[in-house]
Ligand binder design. Structure first.
Ligand SMILES: [Zn+2]
Length: 143
């Protein structure tokens, strides 16, 4: 357990706005380990966690098994972007993919193998499609 400073008492710590150690007024106890502080100089309020950070060495010692699970920032951004797209679109308005169909930019595509996708750009006989796993270039408009 962490001993939190009493509400309305002063707590001396670094203010992120001032960039200096300042006296802060304890506004409230947010939870068991966090207090809401108000800088007495600039008035900035913010949560301050008093919990003692546990050593990360145990997590690191797990080694490669742990790092495999780590998603790259790029993949995470891609997944987040797809989530937004998927929430805004569904298969109802989608055009089933076939190389014989001519697609337009921003067309929603239902691909039998890759699932729902969005045409990001049309480059001649190729379309750049944003799918859940990755961006693919597909042919289109082949008669
Ligand atoms: Zn401040």
């Amino acid at each position: 357990m962490v001993q939190l400073p009493a509400v309305a008492s002063s707590y001396y710590c670094r203010c992120s706005k001032c960039g200096l150690d300042r006296y802060h007024k304890v506004v409230t106890h947010t939870n068991e380990t966090t207090v809401r502080l108000k800088c007495e100089v600039c008035g900035k309020t913010g949560n301050h966690n008093l919990e003692v950070k546990k050593s990360t060495s145990t997590a690191k010692s797990k080694g490669p098994k742990e790092s495999k699970k780590t998603i790259s920032a790029k993949a995470a951004a891609h997944a987040a972007e797809f989530e937004v797209f998927k929430n805004a679109n569904n298969a109802d308005g989608a055009l089933t993919y076939s190389m014989k169909v001519t697609f337009k930019e921003s067309q929603v595509v239902q691909h039998p193998k890759f699932g729902l996708g969005l045409v990001r750009s049309v480059q001649g006989d190729k379309i750049e499609v944003f799918f859940e796993d990755e961006v693919r270039f597909l042919v289109h408009g082949r008669v």
